[in-house]
Write a protein that binds this ligand. Structure first.
Ligand SMILES: Cc1cc2nc3c(=O)[nH]c(=O)nc-3n(C[C@H](O)[C@H](O)[C@H](O)COP(=O)(O)OP(=O)(O)OC[C@H]3O[C@@H](n4cnc5c(N)ncnc54)[C@H](O)[C@@H]3O)c2cc1C
Length: 410
């Protein structure tokens, strides 16, 4: 494990830091929601996020790992980590572009037509057009290949009917990447087709869902006879699972190890200032014991992260340790938030106004982490992946894998 930047990495970090230092006029108020999980429904937040993205794009700091032909700077994975670390030091507007730029853009690059790449990627990079991911359905989440939204060919168009759910940002998105069932007679992975859909198309009905953290970050999206031109098909007919895999591989990397926000340092600070008995919470032996447990786990996670960084820095592909980040990080942060609220006692119930500790950030984290434990692969699915692909344990029984989709009971 190597903790230091190489000379090139240090130079890159200094360049990034200098640019950020000169362009931080767009800091947002301290009570802004957690990136990706907050109430991005607010038009003000969307506008500020677009402004910030445009400023970055003008200076070549948007989507830095993208190839230069699509507006990126062909940066390495380690440079991207450095950039994210540096940008993370500033309170920039929530990143509403992660799904497009981190997951869907790479899918278009890998499977899209030259016309699609030309038409969509540069505007995606600049944040001029926002994208959403129309994959999950009420009965197809972990088992995504069980999706039932139908697309039927009609001349040069496809006609789509069905329902998607948990679609983050559908309410402020211009385009979506959509998975549909096009051949119900084929086994479930083999009859799926991938499309780009204009979210303003007639027949699309977007209904926001309120989450337990109070935000309306995601939606139900209904399709009633929605027409999509065949030119918007990504990849071959019935070969959409290939594109879906590309999106999902990029999703794990984009969601990463638990997101920004409060950590062990902030918890210690809270315990140091919270009255408890005759002193402050940090004086209490029981509390210190719990803190030591959190500290051990956070440190384990931090060093596991360094192993990933070391691999990236040496130009290697990170090993299985990179899949542990979300599985350990999200529950840990949920537990730390629950503990903070317990120590705060009655004050822990105050989420807004001047009286709320840290502007209600601990409360928001407590109510946001359960969602992160589901999004992009639930804890159980991540454990299955580690069991099967890392530890080599026997695979789950999958009885419907080779059956025609239309014969699978539902
Ligand atoms: C905040 C948030 C944002 C999201 N954004 C999007 C988005 O933008 N676009 C999109 O398409 N989707 C999105 N999702 C949906 C997300 O991908 C799904 O919630 C996730 O894949 C789980 O699917 P599900 O909710 O249908 O649960 P299910 O798959 O029904 O799972 C229910 C429970 O069963 C368990 N389970 C399921 N299968 C197995 C198994 N084989 N072995 C053991 N346990 C199992 C799960 O772990 C879970 O506890 C989002 C979800 C969240 C929470």
């Amino acid at each position: 494990m190597d903790f230091d930047d190489t000379r090139e990495e240090a130079e890159f970090r200094a360049e990034a830091r200098a640019w950020l230092e000169a362009h931080t006029t767009l800091r947002q108020p301290d009570d802004a929601p957690e990136p990706g999980m907050g109430d991005e429904a607010s038009q003000d937040l969307v506008a500020r996020a677009k402004d910030w993205q445009g400023i970055k794009a003008d200076s070549g700091w948007a989507c830095i790992t993208w190839p230069e032909e699509f507006g990126g700077r062909g940066a390495s994975a380690i440079q991207n980590v450095i950039w994210n670390q540096e940008e993370g030091r500033y309170r920039t507007p929530p990143n509403i572009f992660t799904i497009g730029q981190g997951m869907l853009g790479p899918t278009i690059m890998a499977h899209g037509s030259p016309t699609q790449k030309e038409r969509y990627l540069k505007k995606m990079l600049r944040g001029e057009e926002v994208w959403c991911q129309l994959f999950s359905e009420p009965s197809a989440g972990s088992d995504l290949a069980g999706l039932r939204t139908r697309a039927v060919r009609d001349g040069d168009d496809w006609i789509v009917n069905g329902q998607k759910i948990w679609t983050t940002g559908a309410h402020y998105s211009d385009y979506g990447m959509l998975l549909t069932r096009t051949d119900p007679g084929a086994p479930k992975h083999a009859g799926i087709t991938y499309f780009i859909v204009d979210m303003s198309s007639p027949g699309i009905d977007i209904r926001p869902i309120r989450q337990i953290n109070g935000a309306t970050g995601f939606n139900e999206v209904f399709f009633s006879d929605v027409r999509i031109p065949d030119g918007n098909r990504v990849g071959a007919e019935n070969d959409g699972w290939r594109g879906a895999i590309t999106t999902l591989m990029n999703e794990r990397a984009a969601i990463g190890g638990g997101g920004a926000g409060l950590g062990i340092k902030e918890l210690i600070q809270l315990l140091r200032t919270t009255p408890y008995g005759d002193g402050v919470a940090l004086d209490d032996d029981g509390i210190r014991q719990k803190l030591a447990d959190f500290h051990a786990r956070s440190t384990g996670l931090q060093y596991t992260g360094y192993r990933t960084l070391t691999a990236l820095s040496r130009g290697q592909t990170p090993g299985p340790e990179s899949s542990i980040g979300k599985l350990v990080g999200a529950p840990l942060r949920q537990e730390m938030a629950a503990f903070a609220l317990e120590v705060l006692g009655a004050a822990g119930t105050i989420t807004g106004g001047d009286l709320a500790m840290e502007h209600g950030a601990w409360q928001r984290m407590y109510l946001t982490m359960p969602g992160l434990r589901l999004a992009g692969g639930t804890d159980e699915i991540l454990r299955n992946i580690i069991a099967e692909r890392v530890l080599g344990l026997p695979a789950e029984v999958r009885v419907d894998k080779d059956k025609p989709f239309s014969e699978i009971p539902h």
